[in-house]
Design a protein around this ligand. Structure first.
Ligand SMILES: NC(=O)c1ccc[n+]([C@@H]2O[C@H](COP(=O)([O-])OP(=O)(O)OC[C@H]3O[C@@H](n4cnc5c(N)ncnc54)[C@H](O)[C@@H]3O)[C@@H](O)[C@H]2O)c1
Length: 329
């Protein structure tokens, strides 16, 4: 079993990865500066370090103390429109902080690195589903800040004894089926989270941005991946990297199927039994008609077997978490 440092482990996806690693028997440590994460999202028996991944003293100390074999790097800034208005924040907290973290990893002898990349590296592809060879042409600083980290990892793995998996997530949604964690940050912009907030009475309506896309019902189509299936892919990535110290890999994480905005809202109404007010609004700049993952490579490479891909399942787990969250406040 490995000793794994999870950065951003108090956040949405990172907290699910912590649970998946623990469930698989790995030893887990977390570093998180709690800018958007929550201390309570990290289980009591996981070593927690409040700090920045760019802290050049703290990270090597954790690696030495905990005998860290692998880093899973979720920490970062994640709001696309904010990256457009404040690009330097993204180049600092995603690109520059990752550079320092990778340097700490190399200097302290960490063997494996698993990185949260994004479908935003593809920008607006001219076809869908997109495979990993699709040209990477990000259209916002968020996507560029992530792609730059992918470039760094490729160069570093060629020069030093470390290998990596870059996982390009599509639209992450849902919550731990056992209700142990979920998406908790206020002011969410992701559709399923926004829709379950509306169904739970936390929002008055859901805006539908664009109804004239080239999709069956005119609204944007996305590939929604259950966060626990994604966390499971990270555990598989760790095993893959351990078995192949000289290889690295870049993989899409999605289901190779998409749902439109209206289909998602229908599902939330169906599962919750609540009506959601829909406000039709103009398109937002930079939204592709459809973005769906060609996932043949991850299915083949990791023998990944998604278990929670049903849209109603994703929505019901998100709703259950929303209710738990409401009870907590
Ligand atoms: N949510 C999605 O749909 C999605 C899609 C593609 C990629 N990603 C990537 O997945 C990762 C996790 O995203 P999330 O949705 O869980 O976001 P999140 O905001 O819930 O989690 C990020 C965590 O990192 C912490 N953090 C941020 N900067 C830090 C720093 N410099 N040092 C230490 N901790 C820091 C935050 O406090 C938070 O706990 C991000 O790297 C994001 O770019 C997310």
């Amino acid at each position: 079993m490995a000793s794994v440092l999870v950065t951003g482990g108090a956040g949405y996806i990172g907290s699910h990865a912590v649970l998946a690693l623990k469930d698989a028997g790995h030893r887990v440590s977390v570093i998180d500066n709690l800018v958007t994460g929550f201390r309570w999202a990290v289980p009591e028996d996981v070593t927690f370090h409040e700090g920045n991944v760019a802290d050049e003293a703290l990270v090597p100390r954790i690696v030495a103390e905990q005998g860290i074999d692998a880093i899973m790097h979720f920490a970062g800034s994640v709001v696309v429109p904010e990256s457009v208005s404040d690009p330097l924040k993204y180049y600092r907290n995603n690109t520059a902080a990752s550079r320092t973290l990778i340097e700490s990893a190399v200097r302290s002898g960490v063997k494996h690195f698993i990185f949260s990349s994004t479908a935003a590296v593809y920008g607006i592809p001219d076809h869908t589903p997109v495979d990993e060879e699709t040209p990477r042409m990000p259209i916002n600083p968020y996507g560029t800040s992530k792609l730059m980290t992918e470039f760094m990892l490729a160069d570093v793995a060629a020069a030093h004894p470390i290998n990596y998996a870059a996982l390009r997530y599509f639209n992450v949604a849902g919550a731990d089926p056992a209700g142990r964690t979920g998406q908790s940050t206020a002011g969410a912009t992701h559709l399923i989270k926004v829709a379950v907030e509306a169904a739970s009475g936390k929002r008055s309506h859901v805006s539908v941005f664009g109804t004239d896309y080239e999709t069956p019902d005119g609204t944007g189509v996305r590939d929604y991946i259950h966060v626990s299936d994604l966390a499971a892919a990270h555990v598989l990535a760790l095993a893959w990297l351990e078995e192949r110290p000289d290889e690295s890999v870049t993989l899409n994480c999605g289901y190779n199927r998409g749902f439109s905005v209206l289909e998602v809202l229908d599902a939330v109404e169906r599962v919750s039994g609540c009506r959601i007010e829909r406000r039709m609004e103009p398109r937002r700049a930079g939204d592709p008609d459809a973005l769906v993952a060609d996932n043949a490579k991850i299915l083949d490479t990791f023998r990944w077997q998604p278990r929670h891909g049903n849209l109603d399942t994703i929505v019901s787990h998100a709703l259950a978490w929303e209710e738990k969250l409401a009870a907590r406040v």
